[in-house]
Ligand binder design. Sequence first.
Ligand SMILES: NC(=O)c1ccc[n+]([C@@H]2O[C@H](COP(=O)([O-])OP(=O)(O)OC[C@H]3O[C@@H](n4cnc5c(N)ncnc54)[C@H](OP(=O)(O)O)[C@@H]3O)[C@@H](O)[C@H]2O)c1
Length: 311
Amino acid sequence: MSAPPASAATRYAAASPYPSRPAGRLDMTEPGRVALITGATQGLGAALVGELARRLGPHDTVYATGRDLDRLAEVCEAASTSTGAQVRSEHFDVSDPQRTPQLADLMRERHGGVDIVFNNAVMRVAPDDDIAAVVAPYVEVNNFATTRILRALLPLLRDNGRFVVIASSLGTLNYLAPVLHERFPDDATLDDVDAAVAGWRDLVADGSVRGTPWPGFINIPSKVAQVAAIRAVARTHREAHLARGTLVTAVCPGMMNTPTSAAFWDVSDAPSPQEAAVPLVDLALMESIDPNLYGQLSRDGQVLPWKPVAV
Ligand SMILES: NC(=O)c1ccc[n+]([C@@H]2O[C@H](COP(=O)([O-])OP(=O)(O)OC[C@H]3O[C@@H](n4cnc5c(N)ncnc54)[C@H](OP(=O)(O)O)[C@@H]3O)[C@@H](O)[C@H]2O)c1
């Protein structure tokens, strides 16, 4: 008799570059951990909720956040198990600047902090969208929300915390023309990154980006800026965070079969979001962090160089 086929989670756990933790929590003396995922109504966000809920324990809480409470309720129901974490939904439109500090206050009041944040939300665009029309909301969701969430939730991150920005392997200077690299210098602050994004957004919005070296695919500068934001935080927090076992990092989940990527590429053979979530949750649940990943963009556990390597 042949062995039963491995589940997606088993196959991806076997391939994960990070040491895996067993499902559930064995040490019940630890206080409950709190995980928060943005953009959790579908795709990778919903899958991260399911994987975290399954692998954390009943004293832990996983927050599925997003814009649509009905869809979040479905995600929470699907993720709830008798042995895993409690799963709660919270309305969080990341493009609403008022909502981020409100959510941070809520986490502080209810839990005193957070342990795991996956900054995952993305505004879906299609190849035939008018980029001049969509770029403002696009950067609001993907970039200004990322820096807002970093500012609001990093101070709440407890020892051994994880703040993971779901970025893309396109998020390095290697995908920008060399004359643009100075827009994201090594000493950039979060404000500088926001200013660079705003400058690029304005060029796209008024059409003057045509004839400039900026790429036409708006995903690239947006993902570069997300990684630049992580690098900005790392520059000032690295020593203190590493001393506390805290990891702040950007990760490319790899190509997944979601409508977001299907609008541009044939992703019918790409991993499902559930498969892609397994190594990302491994990263979040690692007992000790890999300092090499701190402040970097990685894919499958390998750091992707931020700028062209000099030969
Ligand atoms: N798919 C890929 O192959 C791929 C490859 C590399 C990187 N990534 C990255 O992986 C992440 C997840 O991608 P995905 O393919 O899973 O995307 P997706 O299926 O399009 O899901 C995007 C999520 O973001 C939410 N969202 C959009 N605007 C929001 C807002 N204003 N406030 C809160 N939530 C909002 C969506 O909510 P609604 O349901 O309300 O729209 C949805 O839950 C993204 O950061 C993406 O850039 C994806």
